[in-house]
Design a protein around this ligand. Structure first.
Ligand code: GLV
Ligand code: MN
Ligand code: MN
Length: 424
């Protein structure tokens, strides 16, 4: 659908939603493999997606460019040039075998809202910027939130030397993508340039569906700790080394994993722990695994609870390694505190939801979002859109057209009625 056909006024029309769903599908077609959606940071598919989003931004009346970390940045001027902006955004990278809505929905919806303003010739007393953040998922390199951290000026340059699983450094991957790793500092924005940061995202959980609501107001984004663990024992012959003499790193890892699961499952206050990646070396049927690497992701509703749990889990893993005579290396690769959404932004989002005829339900986010980094330069607000069955990070992730449209109408209202709060 072209920009000229966008029309939110007609009764029963879902024109914003239709454009959004079309674009979600177009973007989802850009993937490492056809069968399993994967658009990983700084890959050729990531670059193609960036170019597609740049085109949509320009079609929506924005000036648009790629910044030094690969964020796609669009700007729609206010009623005079150079005004501070309301920043909207989300990410365009994905996990492996991903759903198509996690991240892109926020970027695409924000662009459709700007396109609608542009079509009506409407300028506001502030600029609007839309950012498609390059890396939120942290799939390729050990760290995460790389795009939003660059914008917030908190990008840690030491990660540039870190390699992916094929040994390609982030520095080299940036160059291959066409970016200059020595200019990441130039992506940083100052607090005075922003009036606030608002992100629309799928809920990734079941609450809105249970409440029969298409949208909700986020209260806070839960903190997270991610670790990389490596256990080293002794590789050996699967047929000759007696069981009692083995130092099998994979069995040690298995004990660690079930300990993490048990620890989190018996917690009554919302603690969750995940081992989402594991690699055994040398990885052959008839060889005792000598070394195993795995990741750990721990989250809890409060920072204190998460920190205590992490300390406890680390103690248990250390004891398992010691008991099995395995060397342990454990590194924290990512740590984010819980980020509360700004009360004044929550009120404006709730007002827009109510004006669209829905109850403004408040709910927390268990998933991480770019707002965790943006909080360093802006107050953060978030709007959730219902997804089917609460399923996310899975190809069955789904948003109904009517819900995508409802999210867009709410976001458009938030933009048009936006009143700057205490961010400046
Ligand atoms: C991002 O999707 C995260 O919460 O890990
Ligand atoms: Mn995600
Ligand atoms: Mn996401």
């Amino acid at each position: 659908m072209s920009e000229m056909e966008v029309d939110t006024a007609g009764p029963g029309k879902l024109v914003l939603g239709e454009q959004i769903v079309d674009r979600i599908n177009e973007l989802a077609a850009i993937s490492e493999t056809k069968e399993h959606l994967a658009r990983i940071f700084l890959t050729p598919e990531h670059r193609l997606a960036a170019d597609m989003i740049l085109t949509w931004m320009r079609d929506a009346g924005m000036s648009a460019h790629l910044d030094a970390i690969g964020n796609v940045c669009g700007r729609y001027e206010g009623d005079r040039p150079g005004l501070p902006c309301l920043m909207l955004g989300s990410h365009y990278d994905t996990v492996r075998d991903a759903g198509k809505w996690d991240g892109p929905l926020g970027v695409i919806t924000a662009i459709s809202c700007v396109a609608d303003l542009n079509r009506r010739g409407k300028r506001l007393p502030f600029a609007i910027e839309v950012v498609g953040f390059a890396d939120e998922e942290g799939v390729r390199f050990a760290s995460t939130l790389l795009g939003s951290r660059a914008v917030a000026g908190t990008f840690d340059e030491s990660v540039l030397v870190g390699g992916d699983r094929d040994g390609i450094s982030m520095r080299d991957a940036l160059k291959t993508f066409g970016l200059d790793p020595d200019h990441i500092g130039a992506a940083a924005r100052a607090r005075r340039e922003l009036l606030g940061y608002i992100e629309l995202h799928i809920e990734q959980g079941p609450v809105l569906e249970a409440k029969n609501l298409p949208v909700g107001v986020v209260t806070a984004i839960a903190g997270a700790t991610r670790m990389a663990a490596r256990l080293t024992g002794m590789a050996g012959h699967a047929g000759t080394v007696p069981m009692a003499l083995r130092r099998d790193a994979l069995v040690g890892a298995a004990e660690c994993i079930s300990t993490i699961e048990e620890f989190c499952r018996t917690d009554e206050n919302g603690l969750v722990g995940t081992v989402g990646y594991i690699q055994a070396m040398p990885g052959a049927t008839n060889v005792i695994p000598g070394q195993v690497s795995f990741t750990i992701d721990i989250r809890a509703p409060t920072d204190m609870h998460r920190k205590r749990a992490v300390a406890d889990i680390v103690r248990r893993i250390e004891a398992i390694a010691k008991g099995r005579k395995l060397a342990l290396q454990l590194d924290v690769t990512h740590e984010n505190r819980t980020v509360p959404c700004a009360p004044w932004l929550k009120v404006q989002i709730a007002d827009a939801i109510a004006a669209e005829g829905f109850a403004p339900l408040e709910l927390p986010s268990g998933a991480g979002h770019d707002g965790m980094a943006m909080i360093d330069i802006a107050d953060v607000g978030m709007l959730f859109v219902r997804c089917r069955g609460g399923i996310s990070h899975h190809p069955d992730e789904h948003v109904e057209l009517a819900d995508a449209d409802a999210g867009a109408r709410v976001l458009l209202r938030v933009i048009e009625n936006f009143r700057a709060g205490e961010n400046v």
